[in-house]
Design a protein around this ligand. Structure first.
Ligand SMILES: Nc1ncnc2c1ncn2[C@@H]1O[C@H](COP(=O)(O)OP(=O)(O)OP(=O)(O)O)[C@@H](O)[C@H]1O
Length: 970
């Protein structure tokens, strides 16, 4: 048992699949086997509707190369299988004249690489699985035809050999993200109606569980291993193979008697636009809303099933005994019931016998179910297994008719949404708390600032009050001083005036001098007093001005303080505003929080509702829904049928030309088997007998061609010979060749300029097929004498000679040799034919060594020799044969007794004709032709040739003399 290098996570139980549509007939709608990868993948998602995507089972055929044994044993047998990969067709040869053609989605030849097989057969299925659909890849075929090679090859020595399983896992692992996605693998074998776990072989009776509602199949007891890298997967496959080997050894059986199943479960979380997702939810009856513009998580759970079936020939081995008989019975049972199911589905039968075997139960989703399915049919090349190969091909043909309705396995991820809502809520709560804290801090700061401003305002107010009081007191004091001074001066003035009065009264006599002196004294005293008063008043005035200025400055300061107070008050108002805004934001956040929690509550409630709803869905409702779905399906079916009918009509028309060329191929192949019948017109009664059936077929085909010829018109067909498109030219030339095979059409073709077109194709075309078929058509036209002259007149012989020298393909050479051979039979053209290199070109083709080519060369030589001998007999020709001049004699003599009868027959005739003319006798003797003539005269199977040889030997003096010399001829 192989040990894993690293630990693998082992879990028991495969998770149950997501509900899908129940098994049922799906409307037929064919689809390309391999749409381009990512674009087609994503595109398909957009184009899906809720009922699923219709998809036919795609079928490819793969031919295994011959193995050594087959190379030895089958060397003498003709190929039984012929592949036409470009037409996606395959031919099975029933016998030497009859074959059957089959159309498939893809034909993979023996040289097809494993990479191409994967890309064509499995990659589209893997991509569907990654997009959320179930997928199946299955191989069916006889033992030893390469099923396991195709599916299970590990490619450890050469990576190019990796099979579908390894490549599929590579693509899957590259597409998933292990943070959230999981890929698990189970590996099982089904042997004698028992499912055994290849990863835990002790579990040898795994039960198959079927969901009664959805029909989904699961294997709850199977080991399911989570895979994260390719290395682990390969180790797992090796473990599975080792266990399979051990189990089979124990049971004394072999791998090809059991079916192996690899089950890959992919769980992928994807983000999708809510609109689409809501549509999905609505489908399930949910009314859950999601915030606009957000993406929603959904989980896609899909599975890929890769099935390597037991060898199909086991079905026929029920003649065995003992265990083998039992095995054969079970293999019979499973493969036969698979065949029956496929037949029933292909015929849209109301009953599909799914429950007949475990294999069909396991594959229930793959055929007629919801999975995308690709089937690869493997066949071997050996004609000895023609029965097996035919039944395998017929199985594939029936499977192509099976329609599936692919269903997206997607679920809304409630868990993730809940988790996300919780995270959002936590984030909002934290944000709210942070905002509240910020607001509180701002409020505190504001409070402090307001307090500071208030204190500073009060201080300023009290300071200005004090200074005002001081100023008022000072001013009072000054005014009092002023008043006292004024009062004092007034008192002094009154006293002085009284003194003066008294003096005037007391001293009335001290007359003039004393008066004047006193007056002067009084005046000076008065001036002095006035001056003092003046000074005092000025001082008072100055003091008042000073006080006024001081008062003014105090007033300005007060105003400044008031403005500052106003500013502070404004600042306070602004802060209030910010606080208000913060409060509003807080309220908003609270509301948002409230709505988020409401949403969460609703989601939880919805989840609960849906759970209860799911359990409460009444049978009546589901029946009604089913009948609605059914009627819609029927309508869709009708549309598809109509579409198919139209497509079929278009296809029929398109393929008319293709059919014509195909018929040409058939005719050509028939002619291959009936060499030169058309050109020489000498058909043996035996061959007539043998090929009467084929001739009927050909006549039937020709009748079809003639009908189409009438419908389409010769001119139109001939114009296609000049088409730009090489494919069109190929098909057109095949049709013209076919028409030219009918004598009745030859004149019309030449009249319509067809001969010129064919010669131009021969001259200018680089396509081997065109040159070959054009040469064939010219050969057919060259059967008619008038046409022979026209061919010569249009330098046809030069063109044919050039093609004879250049071409390598035996069939092309055969056609060219046939055309020249026909021209050789025209008495009038002998000289010109030889001058333009016709004989040398004919002889140059012996290099091909191909029997058919040699037969045509021999026919040409015989025709030419016959014309020469006729001309000599009529006295129109003298001298050595032009054939001998151009060096034909050694080849003629060397091949006179060849075993290939068509060659020998013509050469024998040619020798007899050459010998008719005495001018050639010497050359014949020297080249050994005389002894061949002697042999012909004795052994030739045709009486007329025998007697011609005899007559010639007797008539020629040279021969007689020679014979006498050796005395061997009586
Ligand atoms: N396309 C191919 N190219 C080269 N070898 C091939 C090819 N297909 C098959 N083989 C070889 O043919 C042999 C038989 O192939 P394989 O075991 O895959 O056949 P099988 O159909 O799975 O047989 P069984 O039904 O017995 O399991 C193997 O040796 C394989 O390597």
């Amino acid at each position: 048992m192989v040990r894993l290098e690293r630990p693998l996570t082992l879990t028991t139980g495969v998770k149950q699949a997501t509900p899908g549509v129940p098994n049922g007939a799906a409307p037929p709608r064919p689809k390309a086997i391999s749409p381009p990868l990512s674009q087609a993948r994503r595109g398909s998602r957009n184009g899906r509707d809720d009922a699923g995507v219709a998809g036919r089972v795609r079928v490819a055929v793969r031919l295994r190369p011959r193995n050594t044994e087959e190379l030895l044993n089958d060397a003498d047998f003709a190929d039984y299988v012929e592949l036409m990969p470009e037409l996606k067709r395959l031919k099975l040869r029933k016998n030497s004249w009859d074959c059957e053609t089959f159309q498939f989605d893809e034909i993979l030849t023996e040289t097809a690489s494993q990479k191409r097989v994967y890309e064509v057969v499995a990659k589209p299925v893997v991509e569907s699985v990654l997009d959320g659909y179930n997928g199946t890849v299955m191989a069916y075929g006889q033992t030893g035809t390469g099923k396991t090679f195709t599916l299970g090859k590990l490619g450890e020595e050469d990576a190019a050999d990796r099979g579908i399983m390894v490549r599929a896992l590579e693509d899957i692992l590259a597409d998933v993200s292990f943070d959230q996605d999981t890929v698990t693998v189970s590996y099982l074998q089904l042997y004698m109606e028992t499912v055994q776990d290849l990863l835990a072989p002790e579990k040898d009776n795994i039960t198959i569980a079927e969901d009664p509602k959805t029909g989904d199949v699961s294997l709850p007891g199977a080991t399911s291993v989570e895979i994260r890298d390719q290395k682990s997967f390969i180790e797992l496959l090796q473990i599975g193979e080792a266990n399979r080997f051990a189990a089979n050894t124990k049971l004394n059986t072999e791998s090809s008697r059991s079916h192996s199943l690899l089950l890959v479960n992919v769980k992928k979380t994807v983000r999708v636009k809510p609109e689409r997702e809501l549509a999905t939810l609505n489908e399930n009856g949910s009314s859950l809303q999601s915030p606009k513009g957000q993406t929603i998580l959904t989980v896609r759970k899909s599975k890929l099933l890769i099935v390597d079936l037991a060898g199909s020939e086991r079905v026929n081995k029920s003649g065995s005994e003992g265990l083998l008989l039992e095995e054969a019975k079970f293999i019979n049972l499973s493969l036969t019931s698979l065949g029956k199911c496929i037949n029933a589905l292909a015929e849209n039968s109301p009953h599909v016998p799914i429950r007949d075997s475990k294999l069909t139960r396991l594959l229930r989703d793959s055929f007629g179910g919801t999975a995308r399915t690709s089937l690869i049919i493997t066949i071997g090349p050996s004609p000895q297994h023609r029965g097996e190969t035919t039944s395998t091909i017929l199985f594939g043909q029936r499977a192509m008719k099976v329609e599936n309705m692919m269903k997206l396995r997607e679920e809304f991820d409630y868990k993730s949404l809940c988790k996300k809502l919780e995270t959002d809520l936590d984030r909002l709560i934290a944000e709210n708390e942070r905002q509240t804290k910020l607001v509180l801090e701002a409020e505190e700061e504001m409070q402090i600032k307001v307090e500071e401003a208030r204190t500073s305002m009060l201080e300023t107010e009290s300071r200005s009050k004090n200074s005002l009081q001081e100023m008022a007191a000072e001013s009072e004091k000054l005014q009092k001083e002023h008043r006292e001074t004024v009062f004092k001066l007034e008192k002094e003035r009154v006293r002085l005036e009284q003194e003066l009065k008294d003096s005037l009264q007391g001293l009335s006599t001290a007359k003039e001098v004393a008066v004047s002196e006193k007056e002067m004294q009084i005046q000076s005293e008065r001036a002095r007093n006035e001056k003092e008063l003046q000074d005092c008043m000025e001082r008072c005035q100055r003091k008042i001005t000073e006080m006024t200025e001081k008062f003014e400055s105090e007033r300005l300061q007060k105003e400044k303080l008031q403005r500052r107070l106003q500013d502070i008050e404004d600042g306070l108002t602004k802060k209030d505003k910010v606080q208000l805004e913060n409060q509003e934001q807080l309220q908003k956040l609270a509301r948002q929080m409230e709505s988020e929690s409401q949403l969460r509550e609703e989601a939880e409630k919805e989840l609960a509702d849906r759970k209860s709803q799911a359990s409460l869905v009444s049978n009546e409702e589901s029946t009604q829904l089913k009948s609605e779905v059914e009627s819609l399906r029927q309508e869709l079916d009708e549309h598809h049928r109509q579409k198919e009918r139209l497509e079929k009509d278009v296809k029929n028309l398109k393929q008319q030309l293709l059919h014509l060329s195909y018929d040409h191929d058939e005719t050509r192949k028939f002619l291959d088997r009936e060499p030169a019948r058309a050109w020489c017109g000498s058909e043996s009664p035996m061959s007539l007998n043998k090929s009467s059936h084929m001739r009927e077929t050909i006549n039937g085909q020709r009748a079809t061609i003639a009908k189409l010829f009438e419908q389409v018109g010769l001119q139109k067909i001939l114009s296609l010979l000049e088409s730009e498109d090489v494919d069109v030219r190929v098909h057109a030339v095949k049709v013209v060749a076919n028409l030219a095979a009918e004598e009745a059409n030859q004149e019309k073709i030449v009249e319509a300029g067809g001969l010129g077109s064919l010669l131009r194709l021969l001259q200018n075309s680089e396509d081997e097929t065109i040159r070959r078929v054009a040469a064939g058509a010219i050969a057919n036209l060259a059967m008619n004498e008038t046409n022979q002259e026209l061919i010569m007149a249009q330098s046809g012989i030069k063109l044919l000679a050039r093609t004879a020298n250049e071409a390598e393909d035996a069939q092309t050479l055969r056609m060219v040799a046939g055309a020249i051979a026909n021209l050789c039979g025209n008495d009038k053209l002998q000289g010109r034919l030889r001058e333009e290199g016709g004989i040398k070109a004919l002889l140059s083709m012996v290099r091909s060594r191909h029997g058919d080519v040699l037969a045509q060369i021999a026919r040409g030589v015989a025709n030419f020799a016959k014309c020469e001998s006729r001309a000599a007999a009529q006295g129109q020709r003298k001298g050595r044969s032009l054939l001998i001049e151009d060096g034909a004699l050694p080849w003629v003599v060397a091949n006179a007794s060849t075993e290939a009868s068509p060659v020998r027959r013509h050469i024998e005739l040619a020798l007899c004709h050459l010998a008719q003319h005495e001018f050639n006798a010497k050359d014949l003797v020297e080249a050994g032709g005389l002894w061949e003539l002697v042999r012909i005269s004795k052994e030739c199977s045709r009486e007329d040739i025998r007697s011609l040889a005899r007559r010639t030997l007797t008539a020629s003096p040279t021969f007689q003399a020679e014979l006498r010399k050796v005395q061997t001829y009586p």
